[in-house]
Design a binder for this molecule. Structure first.
Ligand code: ZN
Ligand code: ZN
Length: 255
């Protein structure tokens, strides 16, 4: 079996990370079937095919794409997967307009002012190079409903964590002790004010639709039975989601 050219990293049993570390998406494998959690930047498309090939499978083995929220760096390849194999794409209805728009939400004037910082420039260039300014709008969507257990590989359970966006959801794999937190709880803020801090934290206020709500939503993650936190940005955290939430809370809202 040929290894893919990318470095494949199994970050938890049966869970592989794709992307660039600054931008993560994940693939959950169970018995040769796959759930894709977030859909990366368009530039990272080839990584999915390479990983499936490494398993001796192809796109037809993907059953579902679950989007933690509707931002372009998380939804970039969703339509391509759906169109390629008929997999259902799930997102919370509050974020459907973003997923269907095929473009980055336009920042408010206040956001632009706050975002004038060198790290933002680097981040924006990486987003733009990755194809985030435009991505194929998702034509058909299924609903991520708070509390639902989805009958797809990994049997993820949906935990609504609004704040970063109104439709932000975490996805909990109870059997694996894993939770995908999207941008509700990250371990790296690619556009933070220098110095860039690593470890569990909220996204910067400038990127939150409702920063106070994002802080409050951490309580929904705190009691989950999960030792591994897999965020939308940054490295995995394996010290337990409770500890991750405590650390993020201690840092509080970030400018
Ligand atoms: Zn986001
Ligand atoms: Zn993101």
């Amino acid at each position: 079996m040929r290894r893919p050219s990318l470095m494949v990293t199994e970050v938890a049993a049966g869970v592989h990370v794709l992307g660039s570390l600054r931008f993560n998406w994940y693939v959950v494998e169970q018995g040769g079937r796959f759930t894709v959690v977030d859909a990366g930047l368009p530039a990272h498309w080839a990584q999915l095919g390479a990983l499936l090939e490494w398993f001796g499978e192809d796109l037809s083995s993907v059953e579902a794409v679950l989007l933690t929220h509707g931002h372009a760096d998380h939804a970039g390849n969703a339509e391509r997967i759906r169109d390629g194999c008929g997999a259902s794409v799930y997102a919370h209805p509050a974020d459907w307009p973003d997923v269907r728009s095929g473009r980055l939400p336009r920042p408010t004037a206040a956001q632009v002012l706050r975002l004038v910082r060198p790290s933002w420039l680097t981040f924006t260039v990486e987003m733009a190079r990755g194809g985030a300014m435009r991505f194929p709008p998702v034509q058909e969507l299924s609903e991520l409903e708070d509390g639902a257990a989805l009958d797809v590989p990994g049997r993820p359970r949906v935990v609504a964590v609004p704040g970063h966006t109104a439709g932000s959801c975490a996805l909990h794999l109870p059997a694996g002790g894993v939770v995908f937190t999207g941008d509700a709880l990250v371990t790296l803020n690619p556009a933070a004010r220098a110095p860039v801090r690593r470890g569990p934290q909220l996204a910067c206020d400038a990127f939150q639709e409702d920063a106070a709500q994002a802080l409050a939503s951490l309580a929904r993650l705190e009691a989950l039975d999960a030792h591994t936190v897999l965020p939308g940005h940054g490295e995995p955290w394996t010290g337990g989601v409770g500890e991750a939430v405590q650390r993020a809370r201690a840092l509080g809202r970030l400018p």
